[in-house]
Design a protein around this ligand. Sequence first.
Ligand code: PBG
Length: 332
Amino acid sequence: MNKSYPNTRMRRNRSAKFIRNLVRETSFSVDDLIYPVFILPGKKKKEPIKSMPGKNRYSVDILLPIIGKLHKKGLNAIALFPVVGKEKKSKDAKEAFNSRGLVQSAVKKIKKEYPNLGIITDIALDPYTLSGHDGIVDKDGYVLNDKTVNVLTKQALSHAEAGADIVAPSDMMDGRILSIRKAFEKNKYHNIKILSYAAKYASNFYGPFRDAVDSSKNLNDSSKETYQMDFANITESSLEINLDVNEGADIVIIKPGLPYLDIVSKIKKEFSIPIFSYHVSGEYSMIKTAALNNCINEKESVIEAMYCFKRAGCSAILTYYTPEIIEWLKSN
Ligand code: PBG
């Protein structure tokens, strides 16, 4: 291509709204959204999350009508994150696979009300361990891989039994996708999808989430760097994705979101598998607090961020902004 001025004026195709609409390369709609929600045990509970202004944790009875309304407006799926009481946390995290646990019973209740709403459950042990880590620790605090995979597999099976549509291992243990896939095949859960957090970085942007699920106190400044990826690395993301695809993942997540779109764009070129991204808690809170301080236009910035995810190659985005976006898209 040998294009030059003035035969080519890039501004011609930007000169009016109709032409901008016609040449736009990516689209974004409610179809692309997944709403992550924090659930509390008990009834009639609604607790604000301090580090995520505007967001709450809900007991399931209160959550039901909220997600019902969103589902009616087109929301396809939610992702559940439990807030587990101190008394249920243990060294071996056995509450994670309690068939009557908070997540398992929430899945049953939500499925009963809204059978067509996709339910994604988190596979990781951080809500259930005393250490606040995603796995079982040894006496030195090191997260034991194979022992953890064992528990994660039981957890995934218990979610499948409850009726989850998609299980999402976010723990970064080696081999957990294969182990869960084998267990699903053996138990005839052929259509339950595994959404693998295949490239998950040890990120500071998860801070507010750890407050929301009450795991920061337990973590007590200990980091997840022995299992989550080093944010300075790019090459190993391909290895991670390759392993999880071969072990039986149906979709992969790259996480966090906006600061890691270089990884999304690379993986999109290298692999033929759907990619989701997680616009994580810290990213939510950054936009939110900037907007509350009148530094940016909240609606326009969030919509722009969603297009950035799509442009990089994401099929869907997990974002706490889902309810707001659904309202904004409606009023456009
Ligand atoms: C833990 C988990 C985390 C998030 C989702 N699952 C936090 C962590 O790895 O410490 C973060 C999500 C967010 O920040 O919004 N299994």
